[in-house]
Design a protein around this ligand. Structure first.
Ligand SMILES: Cc1ncc(COP(=O)(O)O)c(C=O)c1O
Length: 443
């Protein structure tokens, strides 16, 4: 039966249509949106929410950034589509050149697609073609996407129930998750060495020894905002290359200023061989990319890869405007506000024992919510994850404070704060006040 349409839909109308006609995928945030601007989401009843999640870490400039809308509109009025691989066009050419400048080391040639998962899929194909090897190593608790290849790399059963473990030749090494690691008492340098040894052992025991790639997120997002210790990524790059493979840095979530540098690998001394991007690339317009050195990229021959919509000129024009704005002052703001937030989240964790750990970089933060009187998994002195309490904190924030935050992590107990990078100090102060009330109410 067809639903009656009204000229002015309400929250309930939109939710009812979702229930009836949209596949039941993920509704945990429950904030219908009629319009959005900067860090504010407005629902159909006029309620405004402070957005600390950016549409899963996408609207890095803030929603509906004027310069991006203008650039996209101009391109929209010029031409929308001609298949960028059939009809070379200026936005793609310019963006590719810009990425060659922005990406580390000798990364030079990009392929454009429409999403993060496609970027990862393409990067795996390129790594296999270039190295001649098949096996790919990823990290437990990592997330790389939902299509079959990238899902295979995703190190979390929660995303695979009922769908098999997908493609072959993928193995997972332990993640550098210090909070629940048996090596948690080591200092950072020794912990990095131990985590790297885990990777080496995984390759030695679960692969033929000749691999195509190691794929890592420089800060693990969906896994619970896990920041690897200094030197870890450097060791991972060496290990990948020692085994005939390349290092794929999956910057889908961390790129475009999220961690306070343009790329998360800019914080460390690592030049990945392939870098995947999406999410913040065009501030909300669909676009993904992977960038490789000319030597690696040229392993692709004509016909090896393609995407009909990939490199859509409207999205590419939006991406160029996004990069300009990020470089102007938005990344600097992320660094600034991130330092302030880090300090204040640390104080919050000291005050409340239900906040077991605070981790992050730039404006990508996670609060590990725990049950202080229960134990495990992990070493005996680590409190148990408290996923229901984490969900209650996000619910309280939304319902009582009109603040949108995410919840994630392997144990579903990490409250995620990933606001637009343009967020002001005043907005962050409001966010922190709300968070304090929500944590307090959850005890
Ligand atoms: C690190 C990482 N890689 C890949 C993906 C998949 O991106 P998309 O949802 O655009 O396919 C995500 C999405 O969360 C991600 O965080």
């Amino acid at each position: 039966m067809k639903r009656e349409t009204t000229t002015e839909p309400s929250n309930a109308d939109v939710e009812a249509a979702y229930d009836e006609y949209v596949m039941p995928i993920w509704k945990s945030l429950n904030v219908p949106v009629e319009r959005a601007s900067n860090c504010t989401l407005e629902d159909f009843e006029g309620t405004e929410y402070l957005d600390l999640f950016s549409g899963i870490s996408v609207a890095n400039l803030g929603h509906n950034d004027e310069a991006v809308v203008e650039a996209a509109t101009e391109q929209l009025e010029t031409f929308v589509h001609g298949c960028s691989y059939v009809h070379p066009n200026q936005p793609v050419a310019e963006l590719a050149e810009r990425l060659a400048e922005l990406t580390p080391g000798d990364l030079q040639k990009s392929f454009f697609c429409n999403s993060g998962t496609e970027a990862v899929e393409g990067a795996i194909k390129l790594a296999r073609k270039y190295t001649g090897n098949q096996e790919v190593v990823a990290l437990e608790m990592g997330f790389h996407g939902r299509t079959l290849g990238s899902l295979a790399l995703t190190g979390n059963h929660a995303y695979k129930h009922g769908m098999g473990s997908t493609i072959n030749d993928v193995v997972h090494a332990p993640a550098p998750d210090k909070y629940r690691s048996p090596h948690r008492d080591l200092d950072d340098a020794a912990f990095a060495a131990a985590a790297a040894a885990d990777l080496e052992r995984t390759i030695g025991t679960h692969t033929s020894g000749e691999i195509a790639a190691v794929v890592v997120e420089p800060v693990m997002g969906e896994g619970g905002i896990i920041v690897p210790p200094a030197d870890y990524l450097e060791r991972v790059a060496e290990i990948a290359r020692d085994h005939g493979g390349v290092l794929i840095a999956d910057e889908v979530q961390t790129g475009y200023g999220r961690t306070g540098e343009f790329w998360a690998v800019d914080h460390v001394d690592v030049e990945p061989d392939i870098l995947t991007q999406a999410k913040g690339i065009a501030n909300g317009l669909p676009l993904g990319a992977f960038t490789a050195s000319a030597e690696i990229a040229d392993a692709f021959e004509s016909g090896d890869h393609l995407s009909t919509f990939g490199g859509n000129p409207v999205s590419c024009a939006a991406a160029l405007a996004t990069i300009d704005r990020l470089e102007d002052d938005v990344i600097a703001n992320a660094r600034d506000q991130g330092e302030w937030l880090a300090e204040h989240l640390g104080v919050l964790a000291d005050e409340y024992d239900v906040v077991g750990d605070v981790r992050g970089r730039g404006l990508m933060w996670g609060l590990e919510i725990v049950a202080p009187d229960e134990r495990g998994p992990g070493p005996a002195d680590v409190p148990a994850p408290a996923p229901k309490r984490a969900a209650a904190i996000a619910d309280y924030l939304r319902e009582e404070e009109q603040i949108v935050a995410g919840v994630g992590g392997y144990h579903k107990n990490v409250v995620r704060l990933q606001p637009p990078l343009s967020i002001s100090r005043e907005q962050l102060e409001r966010a922190l006040e709300g968070l304090r009330a929500a944590v307090d109410a959850s005890r």
